[in-house]
Design a protein around this ligand. Structure first.
Ligand code: ZN
Length: 259
């Protein structure tokens, strides 16, 4: 963990430091070695939050974009279960920074535990993820919408990272280490079709800090719903037209026979 309570204050690890866990109140020992990111660890091998993932520099870099009070926030549900959210914004949105592989079942339980959640996924952990992802998206298509470029692919299984996350019901942002952008995987995505949209990294951080990310992701998701409805209606109308034409043909034939 990045923070322990030292004299009741959220404090980062320092050499020889001792503090208390904000979640379970157990003793924490500061680990300030040369190799791993400086952190606090429970004494012994006590597991405090089974959802907790050992932190990398990638986690820390993300957390640093947010005020200290928003980082590592202990969250309870009505049954008294508790977990430490990586970041919780002013609007109550929880941001989870996911570096390692997460099985779908565990992801579902987190999506249920947190009323509002968005995932930021480390796309740099495996070397091929970025190039595969970009290739699959480039080979896909874009929706004919005016003000926003939403790309889609009907082959999400060809990109491992897409395949892993495509069935997540909450917003997912892939971070491939690109300075200027992240990729938003829209929750309406399925194995049949995955929708993604580029989002500027600075903008993402800005709306998390000063606005409402959930409003932005909600509006984009709505565009997909509307588009799908439009396509459904259009197809239905085409079918009806075709049926009417067939009917008219039959009638003409019948009339011809009569006379
Ligand atoms: Zn603890």
């Amino acid at each position: 963990m990045k923070f322990a309570l030292v004299n009741g204050q959220k404090t980062e690890a320092f050499k020889g430091g001792r503090g208390f866990c904000p979640s379970c109140s157990a003793l924490l020992i500061a680990k300030c070695g040369e190799f791993k990111t400086h952190h606090w660890a429970h004494k012994g091998n006590r597991i405090c939050d089974q959802w907790w993932e050992n932190e990398t520099e990638w986690h820390r870099a993300w957390k640093r974009h947010f005020p200290k009070e928003w980082q590592e926030v202990v969250q309870f549900d009505e049954k008294g279960e508790k977990h430490i959210a990586d970041v919780k914004t002013e609007t109550g949105l929880v941001l989870e920074f996911q570096h390692s592989y997460l099985n779908p079942e565990e992801r579902r339980s987190r999506n249920t535990f947190y009323p509002k959640i968005a995932w930021v996924v480390d796309g740099t952990r495996r070397t091929k993820d970025k190039s595969r992802f970009i290739k699959v998206i480039q080979e896909g298509s874009t929706l004919p919408l005016k003000n926003i470029r939403i790309s889609y692919t009907d082959f999400p299984e060809e990109s491992r990272i897409l395949k892993e996350w495509v069935n997540c019901d909450m917003p997912v942002f892939f971070d491939f280490g690109e300075q200027e952008r992240l990729w938003f995987l829209i929750p309406k995505s399925t194995m049949d079709r995955a929708y993604v949209v580029r989002i500027a990294r600075d903008y993402f951080i800005d709306i998390c800090v000063n606005g409402s990310l959930e409003e932005v992701t909600g509006n984009i998701t709505l565009l997909i719903y509307e588009y799908q409805n439009y396509v459904r209606k259009r197809n239905q109308m085409a079918l009806n037209r075709r049926a009417n034409q067939m009917l008219a043909k039959k009638r003409t034939k019948y009339r011809r026979r009569r006379f």
